[in-house]
Design a protein around this ligand. Sequence first.
Ligand SMILES: [Zn+2]
Length: 251
Amino acid sequence: MCDSRITTPFVPDPNKELEQKLRKLTTTSVVTMNSNDTNVSDFKETGSEKELDREQDNKICKEEQIKCALQENYKGILQGLGEDTTRQGLLKTPERAAKAMMFFTKGYRENIKDALNDAIFDEDHDDMVIVKDIEMFSLCEHHLVPFIGKVSIGYLPNKRVLGLSKLARIVEIYSRRLQVQERLTKQIAVAITEAIQPSGVGVVIEATHMCMVMRGVQKLNSKTVTSTMLGVFREDPKTREEFLTLTCSTR
Ligand SMILES: [Zn+2]
């Protein structure tokens, strides 16, 4: 089971064997994971692996710790609801829910620098680049329920461009965290600015918040639109207008 440093109090997992192996993994300098074992529980020392492998193993170990901590807490939530966590339908629910939450928040364990590493190009292109309607799934940090929508990004290059798929990648990294839409919008714009120092950036997000649809005011069709304009997108009304016309044309 997991040596959790993520949450307290920590409720022990019955799998003592995995706990011992995970402990070993955090303290042993060189380890590899046996790929034949899908339980992620069979770690084997080799004493001859590279630093990269060690980093990878540490990452796996840390993820396993987070998952176990989440799992125990989900069990507590079910019990808090008065549910019987030993009934068949719920037996694996804490683990499934933990894995799902890990996916919804995987952006915490990724960073922009690594993601954009090999995708910044010198290019003498100075016309607006727009990628619109990038699908976005995030979790509202106030209620831990989803908000779902589309992101449109435009920038005016200044000698450098970004691989087009990387704009979606930036959206993915920041949206897969607990968020508020306003901050998400700004973080995307700032990340692009820092990566390629363009003349300007515009980001518009249009999203539906489940905390408004499923609870509270229960407004099924309401959408929240946020925008961040930096550089010439903020200073020059014509540039901003061009961006907004192009991104909003099919809405
Ligand atoms: Zn909310």
